[in-house]
Ligand binder design. Structure first.
Ligand code: NAP
Length: 242
């Protein structure tokens, strides 16, 4: 299938793109920075897979529509969309500037909305598609100094459930993955105090690796996950147990 993974120049997105490439999918690797996307695409090709890089800001409607049109021209319309692009930011509630609040929601929530909006019509026309939204366990339990981030991730979980209710009987399966702390640049940038406290409360006692999220996305796309609809899977080291 043709898979679009956003924010795949780094961390979890790169691991998901590499895994989908290994699974035999043709991967459209998106990132804000084209050079970062190119690096992941090159790694997929070195491993014998097929991949092309696309630079676009997922919060920019025109850029997203142009990117999906170009992917469709190059490879065919995306049949798998992994909405992964995002960034972290930590601040006490009263220190969150309205501009940062808007930016968090623009990239995580509006970006998810715009990419899904650009890919969904072709999936519905074909009667087949997979949309995987990368949320966070913080969207389920909240996090100190993370009101804006956790709020955006909770929105993504609500969007996942709502769209799943709308399109599942039309062949498009929509699910979310809500990872716990994963060793990526995003987590490395959080404060040492936060990371030490978080590690201490995890039943597994360790943060995850990006590959461990890639495997969950691979499963959700497989036929083994045919009954998973509007779910939020939690590779979270036991941080959240539902
Ligand atoms: P990461 O290593 O920083 O990777 C995120 C990637 O997204 C970066 O390459 C970044 O590009 C890109 N990006 C940012 N804004 C973008 C935009 N507007 N358009 C396109 N691409 C954009 O972070 P990560 O930890 O892998 O996070 C990936 C996703 O998992 C995020 O949605 C994050 O919220 C979620 N998540 C992460 C964790 C964790 O513990 N790491 C846990 C739960 C959920 P630049 O570097 O050029 O900005």
């Amino acid at each position: 299938m043709i898979a679009l993974v956003t924010g795949a120049g780094s961390g979890i997105g790169a691991a998901i793109a590499l895994r989908l490439g290994r699974d035999g999918h043709t991967v459209a690797v998106n990132d804000l920075t084209l050079a970062a996307a190119e690096e992941t695409a090159a790694q997929i090709r070195e491993n014998g897979g097929q991949a092309t890089a696309y630079g676009a800001d997922v919060s920019d409607e025109q850029a997203v529509n142009d990117m999906v049109a170009k992917i469709t021209e190059d490879h065919g319309a995306p049949e798998i969309l992994v909405n992964n692009a995002g960034f972290g930011h930590q601040a006490l509630f009263m220190d969150i500037a309205p501009e940062m609040f808007d930016k968090i929601f623009a990239v995580h929530v509006r970006g998810n909305f715009l990419c899904t909006r650009a890919c969904l019509p072709a999936m519905l026309a074909k009667g087949q598609g997979h949309i995987i939204n990368i949320a966070s366990q913080l969207g389920q339990i909240g996090g100190v100094e993370l009101t804006h981030y956790a709020g955006a991730k909770a929105a993504i979980i609500g969007m996942t459930k709502s769209l799943a209710r709308e399109v599942s009987d039309k062949g498009v399966r929509v699910n979310a993955v809500a990872p716990g702390p994963i060793n990526t640049p995003l987590v490395k940038a959080l404060s040492e105090t936060w990371k030490a406290a978080k590690r201490a409360e995890l039943p597994l006692g360790r943060f995850g690796d990006p590959d461990e999220v890639g495997g969950v996305v691979s499963f959700l796309i497989s036929d083994d996950a045919a009954l998973f609809v509007g779910q939020t899977l939690g590779p979270n080291s036991g941080d959240v147990m539902l």
